[in-house]
Write a protein that binds this ligand. Structure first.
Ligand code: SAH
Length: 510
């Protein structure tokens, strides 16, 4: 008999990917398909297994969103195929989330389901803005209402008047379009126009905006601040409190698109998140290795003849040692050599294998490495440079000038696995920075996205690691906005932090 599928109705939380529940995340990590809409964070979608099908059913500019009945039908069909499906919904699935309608459809089709509750924006967006939903002696209850009705012409819900007379904290979801009606209605029902009120846009997300005021001036203030949906309106004495976190991180509110190999972007992602930034992987590069090709095998065999090994990237270090093991040797084969590395990231990678770098230039550039080697090496030395097929020619030029004896051997190549999807390219518009970690990364990005690549980078700050990467970018007609001088993920993060702090001077808090 065919295995029955199951649908997990999972609350994604209010936006900050850290606010999904552990149970919700574990369902995501093992599902075969995820059906999601716009409130689900990209980072959460990263948690799904490789084979998982991602189905977007929300609204997106220019495209039709799926009707609720169609979504219900889709869930049933997927489950009938025997799949484990996560239906990911913003906040909690039942708080104005139409989760109930999906459950009824599943019940009708006799499909097993599980509901995993989520952190609702009705509470979490307030907390993130520093507004407690209740506070001793100030507000003894909180009430959540939709500020939107099905009827045409923008009327308030029929029970609005009774709601308006409640004394606790009043919270309106989906109410931004009706803000003028809401504030007027509340005053009409007897609330003083000095009652504290606030609007929170994109609560818990990097673009969070908070506008505080009272029933009289909130509408104008929200307009002046350009508040957009998704937004929550809060009315009551607690809206005057400000308990927002004092732990402000340097990259708060900053969105960075990252490109590179998984090992690089993985590290950079951690680094940027630690500093409070939001990193989005734009496209992934893959390493193709050649350690088993003739020239490299020969180099491994003749290691005893070399006195220096020069590494111009962390990838080269990693792949060199993988190849060393694969061809039957071990670390003793390089016990006698000296190592030169282009920068800190490369030297740190080497240290992981138990070797200190004997030479790293002060400025982390290939040209400085080459210049520095001028003083380090003698006529007797023989250098091995295992590196990428697109390595800089400057190193060879200088080594030739000083008549160094060296073998420049291709160890790997960086290739793009796929074209950046249209959605990913569109996403760049919303970002503050895009990073490139190597000339090959730049080339892969432009070659695979011949149509949209240059245009997509028009309104974003492009950060390159080192001059060579920046030169590659310039060859496509785009000047780098920032060049990280340190060849490492920390170097990139540092450059962004410095620039972001200049850009956000006085910008925090609307
Ligand atoms: N089920 C969701 C609510 C869905 S209704 C939940 O529990 O949070 C969609 C409305 O939720 C939006 O119109 C907006 O009013 C509110 N909302 C959702 N996420 C929000 C956020 N991060 N910041 C502000 N409002 C948000």
């Amino acid at each position: 008999m065919k295995e029955r599928g199951i649908v997990y109705l999972v609350g994604a939380g209010p936006g900050d990917p850290g606010l999904i529940t552990e149970k919700g995340l574990s369902r995501l990590k093992s599902c075969d398909a995820v059906v999601y809409d716009s409130l689900a964070s990209d980072l959460l979608l990263k948690a799904v297994p490789d084979h998982c099908e991602k189905i977007y059913v929300g609204k997106r500019a220019g495209a039709h969103s799926m009707k609720q009945e169609e979504i219900n039908q889709l869930l049933v069909e997927l489950a009938e195929k025997g799949l484990h499906i996560v239906r990911l919904k913003g906040g909690d699935p039942f708080v104005f989330g139409r989760g109930g309608e999906e459950i009824i459809a599943l019940q009708k089709a006799d499909i097993p389901f599980e509901v995993v509750s989520g952190v609702t924006s009705a509470v979490a967006a307030l907390a993130s803005a520093g507004i407690p939903v209740t506070h001793r002696a100030l507000s003894r209850s909180f009430h959540v209402m939709t500020g939107h009705t099905l009827s045409e012409g923008g009327t308030l819900p029929p029970d609005f008047d009774a709601f308006a007379r409640l004394s606790g904290t009043l919270i309106f979801l989906m109410g931004l379009g009706n803000l003028p009606l809401i504030v007027k209605g509340l005053i009409k029902q007897g609330k003083p126009d000095t009652t504290p009120a606030a609007v929170i846009e994109s609560g818990t997300l990097p673009g969070q905006k908070v506008v505080r005021g009272n029933l009289l001036d909130l509408e104008q203030k929200a307009k002046d601040a350009g508040i957009k949906s998704p937004a929550i309106i809060v009315v009551g004495d607690t809206a005057a409190l400000d308990f927002s976190s004092t732990n402000k991180l340097p990259l708060e509110g900053c969105r960075i698109g990252i490109t590179g190999t998984p090992s690089f972007t993985g590290k950079l992602h951690k680094e940027l998140s630690y500093l409070g930034g939001t990193a989005e992987q734009l496209f992934s590069l893959e390493l193709k290795t050649y350690w088993d090709e003739e020239r490299m095998l020969k180099a491994y065999k003749e290691l005893s003849g070399y006195t220096w090994i020069v590494f111009t990237s962390a990838n080269a270090v990693r792949e060199f040692f993988v190849g060393l093991m694969k061809c039957g040797k071990d670390y003793r084969a390089v016990g006698h050599v000296k190592f030169a590395t282009v920068g800190k990231g490369t030297a740190d990678e080497l240290l992981k294998y138990g070797f200190r770098s004997d030479y790293t230039p002060k400025k982390y550039q290939v040209i400085d490495l080459a210049e520095g080697l001028r003083d380090e090496i003698t006529k007797e030395d023989r250098l091995l440079i295992p590196r990428s097929s697109r390595g800089s020619k400057e190193l060879n030029q200088i080594l030739n000038e000083i008549k160094a004896v060296y073998d420049d051997v291709v160890l790997y190549d960086v290739v793009s696995i796929e074209e950046t999807s249209g959605n990913r390219l569109d996403l760049i518009n919303e970002l503050d920075y895009v990073t490139f970690a190597s000339a090959s990364g730049v080339e892969a990005f432009f070659e695979k996205n011949s149509l949209g690549a240059k245009k997509s980078l028009e309104d974003v700050n492009v950060v390159c690691i080192g001059d060579i990467t920046a030169e590659a970018l310039a060859s496509y007609g785009r000047k780098a906005d920032l060049i990280a001088e340190e060849y490492s993920t920390q170097g990139v993060a540092k450059a962004i932090c410095q620039d972001w702090s200049k850009k956000t001077n006085g910008r925090n808090g609307v």
